[in-house]
Design a protein around this ligand. Sequence first.
Ligand code: UFG
Length: 353
Amino acid sequence: HLCDRRQRQMCIRDRYMKERILVTGGTGYIGSHTVVELQNSGYEVIIIDNLSNSSADVVDNIEKVSGIRPAFEKLDCLDFAGLDAVFAKYKGIKAIIHFAASKAVGESVEKPLLYYRNNLVSLINLLELMPKHGVEGIVFSSSCTVYGQPDELPVTEKAPIKKAESPYGNTKQINEEIIRDTVASGAPINAIMLRYFNPIGAHPTALLGELPNGVPQNLIPYLTQTAIGIREKLSVFGDDYDTPDGTGVRDYIHVVDLAKGHVNAIQKAVSAEGVNIYNLGTGNGYSVLDIVKAFEAANGVKIPYTIKPRRAGDIATCYADPKKAKEELGWEAQYDLKRMCEDSWRYAQMCEK
Ligand code: UFG
């Protein structure tokens, strides 16, 4: 299967004019899946990552999946001179997808300055270097967290930005403003901001996924570790929300669908002027208990759980109106919840081997 794939990649490579895309955070969860989809579409990818929350083995796995080894530079985006050197080494980079960031909500409350420095300065460094090296487009990883608890659902890109609940969420809002102000100042940059909903699942080969790091804070990693037996019980945070079963409702999206959205966004980023914003979600809302049931049914496992008080900073319900991305990017999520649960479980079991 991988061999066929490799041949197909070679054909794609020969057929298309390769454009160079720099992917920061390209060995991370969403980044690695996106690198594969970019390669599948004929782009040449250069990854930079400081490996603070990932491993260099991911580069090998990307190669196994796509048949193409991406260039990899171990580098922190805070290192301005290092970034400058990467742009000089790989001439003609067309656009950047900027994933590299610290992303743990709880940790950001404890270490706000770490989050502000990492997330803000990294973006500023890239924006400063883009004109110097003739890089036209940037795709920025933003989050539905900027909407807080939306007044209207499904939430569209026009919904007002709500005060952030954490320094992490605030870095997403501030970075969106930094991009807007930079483009408004006349910098020769086109920007796409993608507001992700809740990515779950893993690559169907189980070679790429979300690597568990300590006690998981997000629902699916905690749930899979409970299914494996590493955790005794899943804590369901709150059953008294104003939702059908009282538990929190989110828009879960398969990470491969999310990754594909970046390929469409890259095409737009190099052609559309100014700043464009898109929700990347499915448009479906599922509660925590829906997820538990879907996971049990898809994988034939039991998830013991217990109801706990609400988690600080959580909202009741958020799901996307994904129409704008469909109309303007030609992108739409394909995978259903069953598939998300199957792929999450396959990867989690692989990790424990
Ligand atoms: N949940 C549980 N038990 C857990 C973990 C989560 O019941 O052990 C619930 C949460 O309360 C929430 C839902 O499962 O209702 C989803 O929680 P996640 O932590 O998986 O995802 P969030 O929607 O809280 O977080 C996402 C992104 C963050 C982002 C945040 C902003 O993962 O990066 O949205 O709202 F900051």
